[in-house]
Design a protein around this ligand. Structure first.
Ligand code: ACO
Length: 317
């Protein structure tokens, strides 16, 4: 597999820490010090499927392809307005594509899980060009009265077009069922037969536990992949990490012992946009002219589940 195009789209409403100070018992100082986040873009009048389609169209254009060239669409999404149909079906229609589609939910690690699925389809020759779209609106899962969670998240979409190639050098996925540290329960319709306690609440997160798992699992994933590929930390041009918290990013960078410029970040501008964070950051690097053919990149992400995913890939464009 190789990546041949990237795209991203963010909502227009940028919410600064100072704006949050107006209705939450919080400060810019606290948020900046604990998370590195200065602002996040949050959906107001937009629809998530439109952001996703925008990101996908940009990725197609970057790849020099049209929707007709796509054989399969994988959409990574945790929550959106529709339970059914799948978000990928809605995106397919908006793009004017004709191929089969599927949604996956591997939380913030969704982009890497989608890459793994794409790699398998390409290897089996079941597809030639695959569109991966990660579209997320975590701002709709949190209580905006809860300062411990709502300050952390933003909304957005990131996309990549992948095709046949041998640039994906190694990939690793892990899932560990830890459903009490990070969860959000959807409210279902009542029935005359429901006879159990149901407690629907906004996103619950035990931040410190998530923090520890995120750092230790990402470190382990990256170390394992470097060993597997025989690469040294300095052989990697960029470590493209999940953008949840600047302190998590710094902790992983310290473990690796690499310079700041090798670990790019935009969490300060967008907050945590779940699985869209990784392709959106990759798109920034791509469009900013930071990537050259042959550059080796490490991707690593973690999310609710607890899921993690990481890979080593060579830049092909
Ligand atoms: N403003 C001011 N005070 C706050 C705020 C806020 N926004 N949020 C919490 N506090 C308070 C708490 O109430 C607590 O007060 P208390 O001591 O009086 O009880 C105090 O600050 C410390 O709270 P902690 O939760 O212990 O603070 P911590 O240093 O652990 O930082 C944080 C919290 C930022 C959430 C951190 O634990 C973290 O980043 N965890 C990882 C979160 C993450 O990455 N989540 C997403 C990963 S998976 C995915 O992407 C879906």
């Amino acid at each position: 597999m190789k990546i041949i195009g990237t795209g991203s789209a963010h909502p227009k409403c940028a919410v600064s820490n100072e704006m949050l100070e107006k209705f939450l018992e919080t400060t810019d100082e606290w948020i900046t010090e604990r998370t590195g986040i200065k602002e996040r873009c949050v959906i107001s009048s937009e629809k998530l499927e439109d952001l996703a389609t925008d990101a996908a169209n940009k990725a197609l254009e970057d790849a020099g392809l049209t929707a007709a060239d796509i054989d399969f669409i994988i959409c990574s999404n945790v929550v959106n307005e529709f339970v059914t149909p799948a978000l990928s079906c809605i995106i397919q229609g908006k793009l004017g594509a004709k191929c089969p589609t599927v949604d996956i939910n591997a939380a913030c690690a969704g982009f890497i899980y989608a890459m793994d699925m794409a790699e398998d389809k390409l290897r089996c020759k079941k597809a030639k060009n695959i569109l991966i779209v990660c579209a997320e609106e975590p701002s709709r899962m949190v209580s905006w009265q809860n300062r411990s969670t709502c300050v952390l998240f933003g909304d957005g979409a990131g996309a990549a077009v992948v095709t046949e190639g041998d640039e994906l050098k190694a990939i690793r996925l892990t899932t560990e069922s830890m459903t009490n540290v990070l969860y959000y329960q959807r409210k279902l319709e009542p029935t005359p037969y429901i006879d159990k306690d149901e407690n629907f609440e906004p996103l619950v997160m035990r931040g410190r536990e998530v923090f520890k798992h995120a750092v230790s699992n990402s470190n382990k994933d990256i170390k394992t992949l470097l060993e597997e590929t025989g690469l040294k930390t300095d052989d990697i041009k960029y470590y493209v990490l999940h953008q949840a918290n600047r302190r998590i990013i710094d902790a992983i960078r310290n473990f690796l012992g690499v310079d700041e410029e090798r670990v790019p970040h935009n969490v300060e501008r967008y907050g945590n946009i779940s699985s869209a964070a990784l392709p959106a950051l990759l798109d920034e690097l791509n469009r900013g002219g930071k990537l050259q053919k042959g550059d080796k990149l490490v991707f690593s992400a973690f999310g609710a589940g607890f899921t993690t995913g990481a890979c080593v890939i060579e830049w092909a464009k």
